[in-house]
Write a new protein. Structure first.
Lengths: 195, 195
DNA sequence: AAATTAAGCGTACGATCGTTCGTACGTATT
DNA sequence: AATACGTACGAACGATCGTACGCTTAATTT
């Protein structure tokens, strides 16, 4: 642990920048993020922002990491209070629906907004987004597996069920983005069927 | 119907441009489409391309229309050979999976790639993409309704089932894009469960 | 035959992009 | 006290963006 006040100040600036960058990227996308735009929004100099991240790609990766932490805080961590197995699966899903319904990010789900943009574009950004997706699917599958072990059968194949749940949640996010009023209804009914 | 050779030539050029634009947009997105890039790729002048579409937004809308036609030709029209009801639902889905598996567009599903980018961005482009999504969902729901009418029960609520199917298909497209080898397997197993 | 229309090109415009300099100022290290 | 390091800035770089204007060429209309 370093206590260097210079790097501490830099770290604070990086946090402020990526926090705002997450909001921008959830609406306009990671690839449309611009250093100049962030600098203007935060009343900083363009070169100041550029120096702190060395390159746009590093800024994108830092933004992804900030979004990941916010997602963990809002969706995953609270659900860890629920006991393993089907209860935790339900808690995770409820949290996820709330995360999309009262959007944590102004553009809705950060991953739903950005993964489709990069899924055909190899590189570190795509890799980071894919890792996050896989971690989420693994988390779901792990808890489904626990449920199966405890006799609370909610799906024969844990991976497949996780994929299934994620598909429905992601589609619900899109529907909400498009202003379909019954999107929350639909996802809840489908999830109830699935579990 | 006009037979003016000048406008016919323009129409041909527009077709050539939007055909390429669809490919580019399926990989890099509609918002990253650039007039200069298309002109270079097609050995035309930038101003020539610009003149034919008057504005970038018009180019985007024309690109969407071209993608829509290609989608109809590849997915919808062939499935109309199947009798109405569950058979046509299955045909539509099979065609859709093929459309994603041996991609009609190099970036995979055009809609899956572009809708998330515009779903938080009001405007004509978002509206056009949303219309296409709704038409696809309506098409599915209509056939599911027919199936229900004929006693081939595949879902109590046609709209909800259409939403459900589309969610799984879209997720499969993303998984394929990310190179997950068992994505086609997964979607087929899930669809079989659902129908 | 003259005027109009559309495609298409060349050029230029202002704006924004990511990146790279040199510099200034404060902190940490030696 | 001298040196090195990190933040932050202003300025400038070449590139690309969308758009607009003027022009030529060819087809159509009057």
């Amino acid at each position: 642990m370093t206590t260097d006040q210079r790097v501490a100040r830099g770290a604070r600036s990086r946090v402020a920048i990526t926090r705002h960058a997450v909001d921008v990227a959830s609406v306009e996308g990671l690839s449309e993020l611009s250093i100049g735009r962030l600098a203007t929004d935060l009343a900083m100099s363009k070169s100041g922002v550029a120096t702190l991240f060395r390159s746009k790609e590093q800024l994108q990766l830092a933004t992804i990491e900030t979004a990941r932490q916010a997602f963990l805080d809002a969706v995953v961590r609270p659900a860890l209070d629920a006991p393993q197995g089907s209860a935790r699966v339900r808690a995770l899903i409820e949290r996820w629906i709330a995360y999309a319904e009262q959007p944590l990010f102004p553009g809705g789900c950060f991953w739903a907004a950005n993964l489709p943009v990069f899924d055909s574009r190899p590189g570190p950004v795509r890799d980071a987004l894919q890792r996050q997706r896989q971690a989420w699917l693994d988390l779901l599958a792990e808890q489904i597996q626990h449920a199966a072990h405890a006799g609370e059968a909610i799906g024969r194949d844990a991976d497949l069920t996780a994929f299934h749940l994620d598909a429905v949640l992601t589609a619900a996010n899109t529907a909400m983005r498009l202003g379909e009023p019954d999107a929350a209804d639909k996802v809840r009914r489908l999830i109830d069927e699935l579990l």
